[in-house]
Design a protein around this ligand. Structure first.
Ligand SMILES: *Cc1c(COP(=O)(O)O)cnc(C)c1O
Length: 395
């Protein structure tokens, strides 16, 4: 007997749950890509995307996943041999830096391990590389769930008179955590469709400031397909996409953006924050009577779209498998969390609360985790689901 045979819930940090409205919007015949509704849709769609990023500057849309936007951003900004200050707080920060290195950029990595950026160390890194072309930050590193204070990094750069571009990976955080590109002085922000934007993987976004556009003119890594210049316009449709447009993804994204703006961006952020706090409250209760721990101790430095947690031994993996096969909830694997005695990172796992997620889904996932720990004999403190309910009731 399995209790998994209802509607499954994929609670991994991307791809995220796709709303029926998004799925239904894509369920249609192939459209004309040269004129008509698809073409007419692009200008308002770009405007609505910029509203989600809180920017009035530039945007290039690519057919590609998050990794594609790493390459897009890197090739438009850097020259071979440029230095980049990388403030890495998990696997994804290192990944973006490695992409830059493979292109001939010299990444100067400050490794914060599994912790968020510490501004004292960031200051030392900036002072040591006053000629770096850019500073690369991950807003929420999906591996550690560390939330970085992007505005504070910008203030630090300004205080030091550092001329570099501030580049931020918001793939896991856009439309989940508060992010204000223009107010926070971000020059390049990358994101992708399959996380907070609730659309299938396959669209990548590079938002860039007028300053980045200017600086990027001297990049020598740019190749025709990745060049952000022709993509930064809604006027020439075929050229704009460098070929066939991602037709059905655009219809899906159109609907997702409508949903976000109908709810209100600030309400979307508040919902993610409330659901995240419910997860953290449950985690605290579980931790009272067993090995359950969250990766990030300071709640102010935890991302609101994903929570990285650990048990002990192989219990993270055991719990994940139980939740999926016995209860229909798929949790995320631990990423980049190998350690001596646990080479596969089996103690770790992640719970996503990203995108199209509401109270019953998060409370359901927490109740399932609680049930799984009971079924598997994993020690845990009592009252976690009760505590999560109280947290949500008082929000
Ligand atoms: C998911 C993610 C990526 C990679 O995105 P893909 O679409 O899997 O290539 C990069 N950075 C962050 C912060 C992410 O969460």
């Amino acid at each position: 007997m399995s209790l998994a045979n209802g509607r499954p819930y994929l609670a991994i940090p991307g791809p995220s749950v796709m709303p029926d409205r998004v799925l239904n919007a894509m369920h249609r015949a192939a459209p004309n890509i040269y004129e008509g509704s698809l073409v007419d849709m692009v200008a308002p769609l770009r405007a609505d995307l910029k509203r989600v990023a809180c920017t009035e500057q530039n945007l290039a849309i690519y057919i590609g996943n998050g990794h594609a936007t790493w390459e897009a951003a890197n090739t438009n900004v850097f020259r071979r041999g440029d230095k980049a200050v990388v403030l890495a707080t998990g696997r994804f920060g290192h990944g973006w830096a490695e992409h830059a290195r493979l292109l001939g950029v010299e990444p100067l990595i400050t490794d914060f391990g599994r912790e968020p950026i510490d501004l004292t160390r960031a200051e030392a890194a900036l002072k040591a590389a006053p000629d770096a072309r850019a500073v690369m930050v991950t807003h929420v590193d999906t591996a550690t769930s560390a939330l970085n204070d992007v505005a504070a990094v910008r203030r630090l750069m300004d205080d030091l008179g550092h001329p570099g571009l501030l580049m931020v990976d918001c793939i896991a955080s856009l439309a989940c955590d508060e992010f204000r590109m223009d107010d926070w002085g971000v020059d390049v922000m990358i994101s992708a469709s399959q996380k907070g934007l609730m659309t299938p993987p396959g669209l990548g976004f590079v938002f860039f400031s007028d300053k980045a556009k200017e600086v990027g003119k001297t990049s020598d890594l740019r190749t025709p397909y990745w060049d952000w210049t022709p993509r930064n316009t809604a006027q020439f449709f075929y050229e704009n996409w460098y070929g066939t447009a991602p037709t059905h993804h655009l219809f899906g994204l159109r609907e997702a953006l409508s949903m976000i703006h109908e709810e209100g961006l600030e309400n979307v952020w508040a919902r993610h924050s409330a659901l995240a706090r419910a997860v953290w409250t449950a985690a605290e209760a579980w931790g009272q009577g067993g090995a359950f721990r969250l990766n990030i101790q300071d709640p102010a430095r935890r991302g609101h779209s994903v929570t990285a947690a650990r048990l002990s031994g192989k219990d993270g993996t055991r719990l994940r498998q139980w939740c999926e096969h016995q209860a229909g909830v798929t949790l995320g694997i631990g990423l980049g969390m190998a350690e001596p005695g646990d080479p596969a990172g089996d103690a770790y796992f992640r719970i996503a609360h990203m995108g199209h997620v509401n109270a019953h889904m998060t409370l359901g996932a927490l109740a399932v985790m609680d049930t799984g720990m009971k079924a598997l004999g994993i020690d845990h403190g009592p009252g976690a689901v009760e505590a999560a309910a109280r947290a949500l009731a008082s929000d």
